[in-house]
Design a binder for this molecule. Sequence first.
Ligand code: AHM
Ligand code: MG
Length: 348
Amino acid sequence: MPDIPAIQPRYTRDNLTSLQSYILNEEQKHPEATGEFSWIMSAIALAGKTIGNKVRRARIEDVLGAHGDTNVHGEEQQKLDVIANEIIMRCLGDRANIAVLASEEDEQPKVLRDRSEGGRYCVLFDPLDGSSNLDVSVGVGTIFSILRNERRKPRDIPHYLQPGNRQVAAGYILYGSSTVFVVTTGNGVSMFVLDQSIGAFVLVEENIRIPKAKKVYSINEAYRDDFPRGYIEYLKWAHTAGYSSRYIGSFVADLHRSLLKGGVFLYPPTRTHTDGKLRLVYEANPMAMIIEQAGGKAVSGLQRIQDIRTTALHQRTSVVIGSPDEVDAVTKFFDAYSATFEDAAEAV
Ligand code: AHM
Ligand code: MG
């Protein structure tokens, strides 16, 4: 009897696929998968729906404005930063396979259980990135990175301090004109949109590819004189090469636009933030995994972001991320000019 070919699950525009069923399907492709991963994703989706609801009702519920405290980075916490952090902790805290939850808002990670107690994953997140934009209803987002809770030697190196190239999944939820969930498990990038009427994230696109090139840069150009020379020279060149500028000042929103439309997002080192402003493990690494999975590039200076050695939870990094040709167009100037501030004055 001839072999009957196995039917491969496919997603078409005619099928309605929820985030949960998509992740379950992805897991089935890995024989060693235990299904535990989908528990984490469903908890993140629940947190996203809850935070999205708060963001939308912010003006009505009076949860806008400063909380009165500063976070570990000395930045003023918004009330919604604190609320979003609590929501994620509550949604993920009872998942029996999570070992560590680490947040931008907390100085120390929350260690929930050991590996011997079933703690298989570490989830690192920025609960509400771009929250200073909330008062003016600009899109904000949650960013997450998932690592395996691997045994490390020497034992005193915490298991969540792994380079980005060891992430098993990464994603973001954008609370914009719609609530969008973008995720990768290392097998391409998929996008879901929250259908408010049924309360589910529904697959709208898979295998997203970032455009190879697009003459758009996204940077806070007001800091230009404080950048190292390579960035200043790049901007001078871009001004003569027909580029447009788009900068929202909300990383998730800027990155989402770059993913779908192409272009390059830059957050360089500055004289005051010599390592850059954005955080490596829960901002740059997850975005780098998504963009690379979509065919783009993500670097800090001349180094691939996902290869940076992680030494601290709240480590910062500079970021150049986006369409591959556009990232190359920037890094060409790093080859030609020193990456330090020393000769920047000559370029200004
Ligand atoms: P946050 O994590 O405190 O919200 O700060 C990160 C935000 C990013 O969303 C955005 O890309 C960047 O800060 C904007 O910084 P700047 O105002 O310096 O341009
Ligand atoms: Mg942030």
